[in-house]
Design a protein around this ligand. Structure first.
Ligand SMILES: [Zn+2]
Length: 435
């Protein structure tokens, strides 16, 4: 690649990136050289060939990779922080299903979906895998809004043809037909990709899942759904699918798992068979700490799964989770792992470095070369600042940890997506970053 030109950007900054689980690479006042939105080089000293080039100096700020949210219900954004003392099925029936039925209205869908994209970018999430609802037109609109935003995303039309309220249930054949249409119309975009999105096994008939699996194989698209989220859900699934050994066995035997990325939310109560399947097919398991605490009755055995070599990342699970920023899920993942270690002998907690890796490089891996500050990766990055107290004297890594525990979107002072500075997401009141 040509190493100069007007789309060359050079930044001088402290930076932290996490190339591997448990590893934080920290450079003080290093140079990041970006061309055409791609990082050419990260180096401690400016190479001689760039002498005289314009350098933007971020002073004491810290550059970090943008975050990835691997499990979020875009359609539940307005439910954040409501009904948080319920268990899963009460919460779904009382709050979620009635609210999601509103997405039959396109104006409502547009209001909510524009807001979700704006707020995620504001909180530094540039890559995400979204659930929507069963409504084709609203899903189609959301896909187009995502494309306009420049975000990296997976999204799909939700499927549910049984065990659902009358106002939020589909005819099986229509659900399959509309899913095929949605995928056919949206294949081929470089940033936003369609994905099969059956809500979870109990709301899908075997006939529906077979139809979706056939689409996955024919169109070469992956799968996202919830897996063994609670003990009640796991046992209900077994009752509803008596011919299958476990929740994971359903998706493997129907042929969902080798057509594209497979993203399973929660994975709190996996059986041995599920673990074999997750490992064999390279599936991503998504830990959603806020949601786990709010809605369900368990904590993902994260360090056990990681020890098995199973891919793991983090998700907000809005609206089961209440927090928009994935940086806060980094902190919460550490907190929950410590509680699990306290209550379960033999369980090993994770570190801050582990959790930061899950939120950046691990989550980003399903979207391509994003989630790290390194050569060949997109310059999708956040500049954080303002995390030191008067009289404080923290290291760069301590300030990063502080950001995840006590910071918020006001500490994200710059956001770069494909090398472009996003300017409109921080205006207050926020204007529309999509226009
Ligand atoms: Zn969910």
């Amino acid at each position: 690649m040509e190493r100069n030109g007007k789309d060359l950007q050079i930044y001088r900054s402290n930076l932290v990136t996490s190339p591997a689980m448990g590893e934080l690479k920290c450079l003080e006042h290093a140079y990041v050289i970006v061309k055409g939105g791609v990082i050419l080089e990260v180096c401690p000293v400016l190479p001689a060939e760039y002498a005289g080039a314009e350098v933007t100096d971020f002073g004491d700020g810290i550059l970090i990779p943008a975050f990835s949210d691997l499990h979020i219900h875009a359609s539940q954004f307005t439910e954040r922080g409501v009904g948080m003392d319920c268990l899963l099925f009460d919460w779904l029936n009382t709050y979620t299903f009635p609210q999601e039925s509103g997405f039959a209205s396109l104006p409502y869908a547009e209001t909510v979906y524009r807001q979700v994209i704006r707020e995620l970018l504001r909180h530094g999430t540039m890559h995400a895998s979204f659930f929507t609802t069963i409504h084709y037109e609203a899903c189609d609109l959301f896909f187009r809004l995502l494309k306009e935003s420049g975000m990296y995303a997976f999204t799909g039309k939700v499927n549910m043809d049984r065990n659902s309220p009358d106002f939020l249930i589909e005819d099986t054949a229509k659900s399959i037909r509309e899913t095929d249409r949605f995928i056919a119309e949206h294949l081929g975009d470089s940033h936003v990709k369609p994905i099969l999105t059956p809500r979870f096994a109990p709301t899908c008939s075997e006939e529906l899942l077979k139809g979706l699996a056939e689409i996955g194989k024919r169109r070469k698209v992956g799968l996202q759904t919830h897996l063994v989220e609670s003990i009640a859900e796991a046992s209900w699934t077994k009752e509803l699918f008596p011919g299958y050994a476990t929740d994971g066995d359903i998706y493997e035997r129907l042929g969902f798992l080798d057509n594209g990325p497979v993203i399973f939310a929660h994975v709190i109560f996996p059986e041995e068979r599920d673990l074999e399947i997750l490992k064999k097919h390279g599936c991503m398991s998504v830990h959603c700490p806020d949601s786990t605490a709010n809605i369900t009755a368990g904590i993902m055995p994260l360090s056990d799964l990681a020890g098995e070599g199973i891919g793991i990342s983090l998700g907000s699970d809005i609206g089961g989770g209440h927090g928009t920023g994935i940086y806060r899920q980094v902190a919460r993942a550490v907190q929950l792992s410590k509680l699990k270690e306290f209550y379960e002998s033999g369980y090993k907690r994770i570190t801050f470095a582990d959790a930061f890796h899950l939120a950046t490089a691990a989550g980003g891996s399903v979207f391509g070369n994003v989630g790290q500050l390194r050569e060949g990766y997109q310059f999708n990055a956040l500049l954080i600042d303002g995390l030191e107290d008067d009289g404080g004297n923290h290291t760069i890594l301590e300030l990063l940890e502080r950001f995840c525990y006590i910071g918020d979107d006001r500490n994200i002072v710059r956001r770069y997506l494909d090398g472009k500075l996003l300017q409109r997401v921080t205006e207050n009141p926020p204007s529309d970053p999509l226009s």
